[in-house]
Design a binder for this molecule. Structure first.
Ligand code: NAI
Length: 338
């Protein structure tokens, strides 16, 4: 699953190992025993750029860690549960958070707010105390609100760094690439779709007009494709019939984003991923967080790319996205301020 540049990077690390210190990359996963946490932790164990993996969950993470630790890659794996979160976060440079409840059929991501807002707030408090400089990758839904919640806690604790808090929207990018590739009979690896906005329903905007393979998709086919990218998560929720939402594809997406960030931290240039961050792009319209292409660097966000030119259809999608996104962001901020 790792790109040529990762393999190149790991070779560089391997070659450099004898003479220079290996870049230590310590990753903690919070919610590691869950549907996403388990496959994502396994993929992180197979990533040659991860050197230490700390798996935490309120329950079950030591078992998951014992299991994953037998995979014969060099990284060290430890499991933590219950009150042991401080030990799990000690020394973490990247914290990936898939903790919280998933959707059941008929639910929107916003329906998860009441439960997940409190979970994310408490995890933000723990991270602020134990690893305030770590990069934080938030998967827990609703991402449009949980990222602002995390940021508000950090502001209150005086440790906020806008460059280090990311909402993981990679699954939308993965789906867009896969679904457009299917329609065009192309290998998804050659179909790179930028997805901007937020991570729920109408806030998800695939910029098909900016991709060679997507430019000529029109009419009903365009509408169906956009809808499938925006509501692809519902397909999985329905197919799982009450037992959860996307976990395996999300595990893949979360491991991919983590790998991109580590490559950038290790000095690779031009690592660009769409992600939901504090952003100036639509601030004048009251939308303070927005997903767009972001160049990653050693300090996290290096450069936020503008969305570029939009087709008439994409302008319409943006009109539907912004008010909903604004509402979701404010709801998250209010939750902490209140
Ligand atoms: P799950 O229920 O299978 O696993 C969640 C895990 O979190 C459980 O093991 C639970 O014990 C743990 N947990 C609960 N409270 C915790 C706390 N305070 N500290 C540490 N761990 C805690 O759920 P699943 O399917 O793994 O989904 C997790 C979240 O990810 C959900 O909110 C879901 O909506 C979201 N999600 C996000 C996606 C995205 O694209 N960003 C895609 C799919 C799901």
């Amino acid at each position: 699953m790792f790109s040529k540049s990762v393999i190149r990077s790991s070779r560089v690390l391997a070659r450099g190992f004898a003479s220079t210190a290996r870049a230590e990359r310590n990753v903690a996963v919070l919610g590691a025993a869950g549907g996403i946490g388990q496959p994502m932790s396994l993929l992180l164990k197979t990533d040659p750029l991860v050197t230490k993996l700390s798996l935490y969950d309120v329950r079950g993470a030591p078992g998951v860690a014992a299991d994953i630790s037998h995979v014969n890659t060099h990284s060290e794996v430890k499991g933590f549960e219950k009150d042991d979160i401080g030990a799990a976060l000690k020394g973490a440079e990247i914290v990936v958070i898939p903790a919280g409840v998933p959707r059941k059929p008929g639910m929107t991501r916003d329906d998860l707010f009441n439960t997940n807002a409190s979970i994310v707030k408490s995890l933000a408090e723990a991270c602020a105390e134990h690893c305030p400089k770590a990069h934080i990758l938030i998967i827990s839904n609703p991402v449009n609100s949980t990222v602002p919640i995390f940021a508000e806690v950090y502001k209150q604790k005086g440790v906020f760094d806008e460059k280090r808090i990311f909402g993981v929207t990679t699954l939308d990018v993965v789906r867009a690439s896969r679904f457009l590739g299917e329609i065009k009979s192309k290998d998804p690896k050659d179909v790179k779709v930028t997805v901007v906005g937020g991570h729920s329903g109408v806030t998800i905007i695939p910029l098909l007009s900016q991709v060679e393979a997507g430019k000529d998709v029109s009419g009903q086919q365009y509408k169906d494709l956009v809808k499938r990218i925006q509501f692809g998560g519902d397909e999985v929720v329905q197919a799982k019939a009450g037992t959860g939402s996307a976990t395996l594809s999300m595990g893949f997406a979360g491991a991919r984003f983590t790998n991109s960030l580590i490559r950038a931290m290790n000095g690779e240039s031009n690592v660009v991923e769409p992600t939901f961050v504090l952003s100036p792009l639509y601030k004048d319209q009251g939308v303070s967080y927005f997903a767009s292409n972001v160049e990653l660097g050693p300090e996290g966000v290096k450069k936020i790319h503008p969305v570029g030119s939009l087709s008439a259809e994409e302008e319409e999608l943006m009109k539907a996205c912004l008010p909903e996104l604004k509402k979701n962001i404010e709801k998250g901020e209010q939750f902490v301020k209140a």
